[in-house]
Design a protein around this ligand. Structure first.
Ligand SMILES: [Zn+2]
Length: 379
């Protein structure tokens, strides 16, 4: 029986981490690995006002650019604005309508014009992605205040934005601080949390792909980052009943899992521990414009199929996703059987530098049909 997470591991509170530089001062032959981590992480109910404590501790003096979404993220953004304004700091507001390069430019311009010394994003994926990328380009610190737990970008150094040539994920910077208010996140549509579960479960195959690339091609592989990503997937699996029931401890488990995944990417210096063949499949679906499923929902279905290719326990992956109400079939993703097969066959071309179980030549249409039918993704 699955037990709650809160009793056996400490909840994340306000704590400090530092930049860690391994190999500094070593001889030039030695590999130097720099790790940039968030400095403050606060998770819990009604922690939104903590933004002022954090800003005081960060010694923020100048103006602040506050980026939020268009809909329900505006209310928590209003509260953040009021708190910061009460500190006597000037706040400039900007609404991110999408996560495109154009919006990143607008955020950069607004930060320059307002002479902001910090960028804060209150919202889901779009606001956080554009604020993360724009602040990195302008060399400004960034605070992430997620209003949903839909994906692991809330704490990661990676930003995903749309360009004219499609979606790109680029290395930006991790947030200087992260404030995850469980009251706000718990009030977001349930589908967001389900997507977050899918994005965490995806680490089962992402880590396998990473280890495979290391063994076959000598790619850099970090045991610590891989273990951290894997642990997030294992803990969410253990807590899946709590998550399915919508209990606070379940919401905590997903948020902490997403934050741990962000740390894994910070430690690895890339998205490698968190993004493998299952993410390539999700991006392939995006590329062919199939369905309107959320990122983590697509990754979850990808994990079922890629786990089969790895020879792993794909049935358990499917069972866990089904328990929380996540899609496990093409139909539930809102894509046709043919679109799913096309995406599978396209996956290996999405990011050729990222070696996965799909290999360099990918999967044949015949094998893709077999894979989808055997795993029950296509009935
Ligand atoms: Zn993801």
């Amino acid at each position: 029986m699955v037990q709650g997470s809160m009793g056996r591991r400490p909840a994340i509170g306000l704590y400090r981490a530092t930049d860690i530089i391994l190999g500094a001062g070593a001889t030039c032959e030695m590999h130097i690995h720099a790790i940039n981590l968030p400095r403050f992480v606060v998770v819990g109910p009604n922690v939104l006002p903590k933004v002022t404590d954090i800003m005081t501790r960060l010694n923020v003096k100048g103006g602040v650019l506050l980026v939020s979404g268009e809909s329900y993220t505006r209310a928590p953004a209003d509260r953040v604005e009021e708190s910061i304004a009460n500190m006597g700091l000037k706040v400039m507001r900007l609404t991110a309508k999408d996560a495109t390069e154009q919006t990143v430019c607008e955020v950069e311009q607004a930060a320059c014009e307002s002479k902001s010394t910090m960028v804060i994003a209150v919202g889901g994926g779009k606001s956080i992605d554009v604020a993360k990328m724009a602040s990195n380009k302008q060399n400004l610190p960034f605070i992430s205040i997620p209003t949903s737990a839909a994906h692991d970008g809330i704490a990661s150094p990676i930003a995903s934005v749309k360009s004219t040539s499609g979606s790109v994920s680029v290395m930006a910077q991790p947030p200087m601080a992260l404030i995850a208010d469980t009251e706000i996140i718990g009030g977001a549509p349930r589908r967001f949390l389900i997507s977050g579960c899918g994005d965490i479960i995806a680490k089962y195959t992402a880590v396998r792909d990473w280890a495979l690339a290391h063994r076959l091609r000598g790619d850099y592989y970090g045991e610590y980052a891989a273990s951290l990503a894997l642990m997030s997937a294992e803990l969410v699996t253990e807590d899946i009943d709590l998550i399915a029931r919508g209990l606070d401890m379940g919401i905590h488990a997903v948020i902490e899992g997403l934050i741990s995944c962000g740390y894994a990417m910070c430690i690895a210096g890339s998205s490698r521990p968190c993004s493998g063949s299952e993410h390539l499949f999700a991006h392939a679906l995006d590329k062919i414009g199939a369905g309107r499923a959320m990122h983590g929902e697509k990754c979850g279905v990808g994990t079922i199929m890629m786990m089969y290719l790895h020879g792993g326990d794909w049935k358990s992956v499917k069972e866990v996703l089904a328990k929380v109400g996540a899609p496990t079939t093409a139909k539930q993703l809102g894509v046709t059987d043919q679109q799913l097969i096309d995406a599978l066959c396209l996956s290996h071309t999405i990011r050729p530098d990222r070696y996965t179980v799909l290999g360099e030549k990918g999967i044949s249409p015949e094998a893709a049909w077999d894979l989808a039918r055997i795993t029950g993704v296509i009935c």
